[in-house]
Design a protein around this ligand. Structure first.
Ligand code: PLP
Length: 391
């Protein structure tokens, strides 16, 4: 199997983890060599309710006994899509009541950017330094890391990158601006939490200029930060919300959510100006509905805060420069990158999967499932603490 992995799977780096997966359940990944790993990154913020939650599996089984793909997105009334969109609307505010489903996060951002341009009739897009919005051309154009952008230039024109969490810089948003896109907490930048003041000022500036405010909650959404959505923690509602990752309960699903009048531009002049074959796959939507029910009924957003408190208590010692983040979206910043690398490797050897973030090499990513059992959490924290002390 490993030889075929080397020969026939396209790698994304020269140094993949290379573990061979047998199965996964709850907070655990089981490897073919018999090892059981505590998943402390949730497939990068995907398995927030653990792997293969029984209610998600049941919903998938029920749906596959009815139908898989039947038609491109938006033509047929497909019950799993409609039910999930309705349920999503029930947990979102008035200006976020209509959902367009995609397969992935980057596609959700692509749709949001296109819709904002068409709705406003403007072309300028504003994003922030060290942001990450995905790897297709449009999303990459609003991603704020020069070394990831440069090899693929020219990207989209008329994009301005501003410093993150800088109120004065928001004056650059003007009445030629179609949209401003930001993560409410930057994930790949190294879990950067902005001030409430900045996000509120951003909302005000967008209202003053008529620019649409897009929050990319692909990583922060679905309970991870201690509220169902991070925007609720800051008290700032976007015009467009983009979602993916944990939404599908382990199945691929993305979405952009907004108001009916904003969405109207995608259905006219010309009609079908933004379509997708697989967006809102019925099996993914059935899984997503079950996952959201679990999240709400088991109050897992609130539980994320309990997990956070336990992590902060267990890992607050001098070798850690800072613990940043909210809920189960945390980063441990160490003094140097080599040390962060050693600690992650040591934890992985001892059965705890941790990770890095794309744009910050001194930071160790902690993103356990929100429902990780406390004995498993404590076992993982013990292994991490020992690795940190060894330096
Ligand atoms: N936006 C954010 C904030 C992300 O963290 C990611 C993925 O990590 C994406 C967008 C891209 O999502 P996807 O990999 O599903 O395209």
């Amino acid at each position: 199997m490993k030889d075929a992995f080397k020969e026939h799977i396209a790698w994304t780096s020269d140094d993949p983890i290379g573990w061979s997966v047998d199965r996964a359940d709850g907070p655990f990944i089981y490897l073919t060599d018999g090892r059981r790993i505590i998943d402390f990154i949730s497939g990068i913020a995907v398995s927030s309710i653990g792997h293969r939650h029984p209610r998600v599996i049941k919903a998938i089984e029920e749906q596959i006994s009815k139908h898989l793909h039947v038609m491109v997105y938006g033509e047929f009334v497909q019950a799993p899509q409609v039910r999930f969109a309705e349920r999503l609307a029930s947990v979102l505010p008035e200006r976020l009541q209509v959902t367009y489903f995609t397969m992935t996060g980057t596609e959700a951002n692509e749709g949001a950017l296109k819709m904002a341009k068409k709705y406003t009739g403007r072309t300028r897009m504003i994003a922030f330094d060290r942001s990450y919005h995905g790897d297709t051309h449009g999303s990459l154009s609003v991603t704020g890391r020069e070394e990831y952008r440069r090899p693929f230039e020219p990207l989209l024109p008329d994009v301005t990158l501003l410093p993150f969490d800088d109120v004065a810089a928001l004056d650059a948003i003007d009445d030629a601006t179609a949209c401003v896109i930001t993560e409410p907490i930057q994930g790949e930048a190294g879990i950067r939490v902005p001030s409430k003041k900045w996000l509120k000022a951003l909302r005000v500036r967008c209202d003053e200029t008529g620019a649409l405010l897009i929050f990319d909650e692909i990583q922060t959404g679905f309970g991870r930060t201690g509220a169902l959505f991070a925007f609720q923690r800051f008290g700032v509602t976007p015009d467009i919300l983009t979602l993916a990752k944990a939404m599908g309960g382990g199945m691929p699903l993305g979405a952009f959510v907004s108001r009916k009048d904003v969405f109207s531009v995608l259905r006219e002049d010309p009609p079908l100006s933004h379509v997708t074959t697989f967006g809102g796959h019925p099996v993914s939507c059935a899984a997503a509905l079950a996952a959201l029910d679990v999240l709400v009924e088991e109050k897992l957003a609130a539980r994320a805060l309990v997990v956070e408190a336990r992590i902060r208590t267990a890992l607050s010692f001098s070798d850690v420069t800072e613990i940043r983040g909210m809920g189960c979206m945390l980063g441990l910043e160490l003094s140097d990158a080599a040390c962060a690398k050693r600690v992650v490797r040591r934890c992985m050897e001892n059965g705890v999967l941790l990770g890095w973030t794309l744009h910050s090499d001194r930071l160790i990513r902690l993103a356990p499932p929100l429902n990780i059992p406390f004995d498993t959490l404590d076992a993982a924290l013990h292994i991490i603490a020992v690795a940190l002390k060894a330096g």
